[in-house]
Design a protein around this ligand. Structure first.
Ligand SMILES: C[C@@](CO)(OP(=O)(O)O)[C@H](O)COP(=O)(O)OP(=O)(O)OC[C@H]1O[C@@H](n2ccc(N)nc2=O)[C@H](O)[C@@H]1O
Ligand SMILES: Nc1ncnc2c1ncn2[C@@H]1O[C@H](COP(=O)(O)OP(=O)(O)O)[C@@H](O)[C@H]1O
Length: 293
């Protein structure tokens, strides 16, 4: 419905409004460390109603250009959007290029997966616009090389993940409202996984057992010890709702049945804490967008 609307400013068609949603890890278990250093996980991913938005214009000279204020903080060579577009060009031998506009609203490096989601949306959108016709499986293979969380965003459904996040099983979870607190601290995923105090031996369990057991994040205690801002945010939030950390942090989330309860708690956030309210969603808005083409 939003595809290829002529845009006076750019004078050529731009495909607008491709969403790149945030995710939460509703639980995160670290089961094992592989010989290559990576950790085997069991985790449950759910999307949030908060998204970055990307617009794309196909070009015919093979060049890739990103328009974003993010280039003040992330060099083009490191930006997952351009890396994703280059990987798709290489894999599919496509000679087309693209201009890409990013409206970035998701906090970076907080365990909400915004960078991975931007990369997934780029792969899915350009696969459609360049007509490269790769399957979700092929796109996920390309995406996994960019980040462990990219496949779940390509798949587009709330999912239980194993391995390093690539073995996915769709789950129909409840869709509550969340208050997400964004502590002003950067937690390095690599540093958490390399830390000697990280528990790495949670028993692997069947999905049915995991879904009915209390949910936990194995990285949370360590991150709270290393970053008091994360511990403080959780201490405040658990007074209002069952709360946990997402991914390797730093963001924490509290679960509410009704939007107004989450908004009410947001309104009481102490000075110096930032957060937002979003709904948990099982079908990604990217998946919905694709089905409208
Ligand atoms: C653990 C999760 C859960 O969603 O955390 P968040 O990043 O979202 O917080 C993700 O799988 C993270 O995925 P992603 O952020 O893409 O991680 P990558 O860039 O692939 O890896 C960063 C570094 O973390 C370590 N790493 C990452 C994932 C994993 N399963 N085992 C690891 O040991 C590796 O040292 C790697 O070099
Ligand atoms: N398009 C992008 N958006 C966000 N971060 C990006 C992007 N491209 C590269 N990055 C890098 O990826 C890192 C992780 O970003 P993000 O996915 O938001 O966090 P997390 O992995 O903690 O969920 C950022 O700190 C940034 O250096």
């Amino acid at each position: 419905m939003n595809t290829f609307k002529p845009n006076a400013k750019h004078d050529t068609p731009i495909s607008k409004g491709w969403p790149a949603p945030a995710k939460l890890n509703l639980f995160l278990h670290v089961n094992n460390q592989r010989v290559d250093g990576y950790h085997e996980l069991q985790t449950l991913f759910q999307f949030l109603s908060e998204s970055d938005t990307l617009d794309f214009k196909v070009t015919h000279d093979g060049t890739l250009k990103l328009h974003s204020e993010l280039n003040q903080v992330v060099a083009d060579n490191d930006n997952l959007i351009l890396k994703a577009a280059k990987s798709l060009q290489a894999y599919s031998q496509c000679s087309l290029g693209a201009e890409i506009w990013l409206d970035k609203i998701l906090p970076m490096g907080g365990g909400l997966g915004g960078g991975s989601s931007d990369a997934a949306t780029t792969l899915v959108a350009l696969n459609a616009l360049w007509e490269t016709q790769l399957s979700k499986q092929e796109l996920s293979k390309i995406g996994l090389a960019l980040g462990a969380d990219v496949p779940v965003f390509i798949n587009g459904y709330c999912a239980f993940a194993e391995g390093v996040g690539e073995k996915l099983q769709t789950v129909d979870a409840k869709e509550p409202w969340y208050l997400v607190i964004v502590p002003e601290v950067h937690v390095s995923t690599q540093a958490v996984f390399q830390h000697p105090d990280l528990p790495r031996n949670t028993a692997k369990l069947e999905l049915s057992t995991l879904l009915s057991a209390p949910w936990q994040n194995d990285c949370q205690a360590l991150v709270c010890k290393l970053y008091p801002q994360v511990a403080n945010a959780l201490t405040w939030l658990v007074e209002y709702a069952p709360s946990r950390m997402t991914g390797t942090g730093a963001c924490v989330f509290g679960e509410f049945e009704h939007q107004n309860e989450a908004l009410n708690a947001l309104g009481k956030l102490p000075d110096g804490m930032k957060g937002f309210v979003a709904k948990g969603i099982n079908r990604s808005p990217l998946e919905r967008r694709l089905s409208q083409l």
